[in-house]
Design a protein around this ligand. Structure first.
Ligand SMILES: [Zn+2]
Length: 285
């Protein structure tokens, strides 16, 4: 039951982190503050070049949350991001020129996923139409309520953006909890599926490297323990979800995916375990 038919290389990275109470993100979690790294991924495709999945935080987040009402966001989730943590800096340190980044797949428009977009002037953005429609007119309080900071989007965002329609056109292998997806380059390398609920139209991405199959599930689950032990978040987390019922459906799909394909590496964007195993631990991907 393989999903991808073309191999890419993958590097899991994180650009900064925020802190908030763990118990909100997982039932049985501690009430103390936990660290949530802002994960992103760098994919190298043999023909399409360098592709990012999200960007994590960037300093711009501090500037744009300096004034009210965006300052509410920064106060609720205190963010730490150093200059060298920026996606763009980390790529430069691995000899990737930011101008070389051809595509950025945006899982959803929460600030911790899009703060680095402006650093990649030649990238074409790929997102779901639903996810962009849900935020494109939001400003002020309504934007903060959706964890969206409009100024993080490049001025020419719409001209550079490919918006995938709601229903994917690629049939997924039978038996998987996802029926359809989007085969982005029509070559089996990058396959997006809808994992809505945390945010409207959130995208997850299937990729395969020489060694492993991966599912980058964004914020559909917040930690690896959550899908392994089928522990959904505390009801309070519903306050920041676009739709609790749909969230639960996406969550259940990931739990099912884990049972069906236990060797698949499911990568939540903010999982500290992923951070220590693959990012700091430098485990070979
Ligand atoms: Zn999010």
């Amino acid at each position: 039951m393989k999903v991808n038919s073309k191999i890419v290389s993958l590097q899991l990275l994180a650009a900064g982190y925020c802190k908030h109470a763990e118990f909100i993100t997982i039932r049985g979690g501690s009430i103390g503050n936990a660290i949530f790294p802002a994960g992103f991924a760098c994919i190298r495709h043999p023909e399409q070049g360098v592709i990012l999945f999200d960007t994590g935080y960037a300093h711009r987040f501090y500037q744009e949350t300096d004034s009210f009402p965006y300052s509410i966001y920064a106060r609720i989730t205190p963010v730490t991001v150093k200059h060298e943590d920026h996606a763009v800096q980390q790529l430069v340190s691995t000899d990737i020129n930011p101008n070389e980044v051809r595509f950025i797949v945006i899982s959803h428009f929460h600030a911790d996923h899009i703060a680095g977009l402006r650093d990649f002037p030649n990238a074409t953005f790929i997102c779901s139409k639903k996810s962009y429609d849900a935020v494109r007119t939001l400003t002020g309080f309504r934007a903060v309520r959706h964890a969206f900071i409009p100024a993080l989007l490049p001025d020419d965002f719409e001209a550079r953006c490919i918006q995938l329609d709601d229903v994917g056109s690629t049939l997924m292998p039978e038996g998987l909890p996802f029926n359809v997806g989007h085969d982005i380059f029509q070559d089996g390398s990058l396959i997006c599926v809808d994992v809505s609920g945390h945010a409207v139209g959130q995208l997850g991405l299937f990729v395969e490297t020489e060694a492993h199959e991966y599912f980058l599930c964004a914020d559909a689950v917040w930690s690896s323990r959550a899908y392994r032990e089928a522990r959904s978040p505390h009801p309070i987390a519903g306050l920041i979800m676009s739709d609790r019922r749909v969230y639960q459906e996406s969550f259940n799909r990931i739990v099912e995916l884990y049972k069906l394909k236990p060797k698949l590496r499911i990568i939540p964007s903010h999982c500290i375990e992923v951070w220590s195993q693959f990012i700091q631990g430098d485990e070979l991907l």
